[in-house]
Design a protein around this ligand. Structure first.
Ligand SMILES: Nc1ncnc2c1ncn2[C@@H]1O[C@H](COP(=O)(O)OP(=O)(O)O[C@H]2O[C@H](CO)[C@@H](O)[C@H](O)[C@H]2O)[C@@H](O)[C@H]1O
Length: 491
């Protein structure tokens, strides 16, 4: 019989996505299935999720889940089981899973995701009856703060006769911790003993991420370097002491990418498909991208200069304010920029202003567009990721697969997945991209200059692209690593 894991997440492809968490949570079931693990995913019943679910089969009912009526609906995520928490009082809201129409966090997010976590603990401990038998899970896997309370409920909130279910918390982003004032504690349904420095209390309130980190059997994050970085004050966001204290239980497992979706040889979204051996075909995608973004076209394969692309949330984490400072330098080098993203209004406005300053050289699309992101990876020359911190990062992995050379800050998963084109790596013929130091105008500008110099040496650039495309960041090794972790917890 396969090992049963309940994966608890606030988003998962193909049902709902705002960022990389959705890609990873959506891919996890298929990544571990070859290793004898059956992952059931638990998602909140946002309207978009319920609409995609189709026929609604009720598999459990709560009269009161932290005060709200709720039911559990069954479905499928690919070939794996899915359960959806239908609690209209908490989740029947259109738009972003986390934000109200004005772009502010919903005021009851703590309640919404504590309820998701409470449901997860109940399900993992056998609340669901399948074919007359209680369905038990071997491991609960909680993603980010939205599921962080689930291990805490397993630890403090179960009746004595409940089975013991080990748990994993995966940190996809330490910057979001789900903090709320102390007044919510009595409404969480936890015993008083949970309110302590070694419990859910954090700076006089409740931290949902901390609650999970304190109580989970194991903690993972999404790259080995980030797993080290979060032990320090610079990256730990206040929780570094806890990470150090739990050091033996903390590990980093790199995210993988879905080779069915991200493969330029078969990608139906590209103007022209290509391979590492037939990179000449890639030019058609570059021309299409120029036309789509209104960038000055060039004649011949290298005319017009390199196109740098950005596909990103436009936030402080992603270093987009620094990129704004460096845009003039990028254009001065002969480069062009095509940006797709949305986020902080002042950053969006800054890029609009840069596009107005450099017509034909800088172009901006504010919004979210999955298909366009494929065309940009397939037609851009280099993808810029100047993050201040990056737990793993997925767009550099897509860039590698598409020969869109990653130009990245040397941090977190970016440091772990891109080989900098320094003299040693070039001499050895192993470079796959460009890394620059901690994000500042000076280091990013130097990285851009080095990239354009490489681009202007066509043979070296071709080598970079081919090396990049030869990298294997599919889920193989990481799926095995998660499977081994789950097994280690039930021994
Ligand atoms: N405007 C847009 N249009 C279309 N697609 C867009 C887009 N903006 C972003 N995307 C897509 O959203 C995803 C973003 O994933 P990332 O891993 O790069 O960052 P994110 O910070 O969201 O994730 C967090 O979780 C993931 C998963 O663990 C970690 O890799 C990461 O470091 C961490 O910050 C990618 O699939 C990207 O292509």
């Amino acid at each position: 019989m396969p090992l049963r894991v309940l994966s608890v997440t606030s988003e998962a492809v193909p049902f709902v996505k705002t960022g990389g968490l959705a890609d990873v949570a959506g891919a996890l079931p298929a990544a571990v299935a070859p290793h004898g693990i059956e992952v059931t995913t638990l998602l909140p019943g946002y309207p978009s999720v319920l609409a995609k679910l189709g026929r609604k089969r009720v598999v459990h009912v709560w009269e009161s889940l932290l005060g709200e009526p709720a039911r559990l609906l069954a479905g499928m995520l690919g070939d794996a089981p899915l359960v959806v928490l239908d609690a209209p009082g908490l989740f029947a809201r259109e738009g972003s899973p986390y934000l109200d129409p004005a772009g502010r966090d919903w005021g009851d997010n703590w309640h919404r995701f504590a309820a998701l976590s409470r449901a997860a603990a109940d399900i993992a401990s056998g609340a669901m009856v399948v074919r007359g038998k209680r369905r038990l899970y071997d491991v609960l896997h909680a993603h980010d703060w939205q599921a962080g309370m689930a291990p805490a409920y397993l630890h403090w909130g179960m009746p004595p006769e409940a089975p013991i279910v080990p748990s994993v918390v995966t940190i996809h982003n330490m910057a979001f911790q789900g903090w709320q004032g102390a007044e919510v504690f009595p409404r969480l349904g936890l015993p008083r003993e949970a309110w302590s420095m070694d419990g859910v209390e954090y700076h006089g309130g409740v931290s949902m991420l901390k609650a999970g980190l304190v109580t989970a059997s194991a903690i993972t994050t999404v790259s080995p370097t980030y797993a080290q970085e979060i032990r320090t004050a610079e990256f730990g966001m206040g929780l570094e002491g806890l990470i150090v204290a739990r050091g033996r239980d903390v590990s980093g497992i790199l995210n993988g990418i879905d080779g069915q979706v991200w493969n330029p040889e078969v990608d139906p979204l590209l103007a022209k498909r290509f391979t590492a051996r037939a990179l000449g075909r890639r030019v058609a995608n570059k021309r299409a991208l120029e036309a789509e973004f209104g960038l000055e076209p060039g004649e011949g394969p290298r005319a017009g200069g390199p196109i740098f692309v950005v596909i990103s949330r436009l936030t402080w984490q992603k270093g987009m304010d620094v990129l704004l400072e460096a845009v003039d330098h990028l254009v001065g080098l002969g480069g062009r920029l095509a940006l797709l993203g949305s986020g902080e209004p002042e950053v969006e406005a800054g890029f609009h202003a840069a596009a107005a300053r450099h017509p034909g050289r800088v172009a901006v699309r504010i919004g979210y567009d999955e298909a366009l992101s494929h065309r940009m990876q397939g037609g851009g020359d280099a993808i810029l990721i100047p993050s201040r911190f990056e737990p793993c990062g997925l767009t550099q992995l897509y860039g590698l697969a598409y020969g869109c050379v990653p130009v990245v800050a040397r941090t977190g998963g970016l440091a772990d997945t891109v080989i900098d084109a320094n003299p040693a790596a070039l001499a050895a013929g192993v470079a796959t991209g460009v890394q620059h130091g901690a994000v500042s105008y000076a280091s990013l500008s130097a990285g851009l200059s080095r990239t354009v110099a490489l681009y202007n040496r066509p043979e070296e650039w071709l080598r970079l692209q081919r090396n990049a495309m030869a990298c294997d960041f599919s889920w193989g090794a990481s799926g095995k690593a998660y499977a081994e972790l789950y097994r280690s917890l039930i021994q």
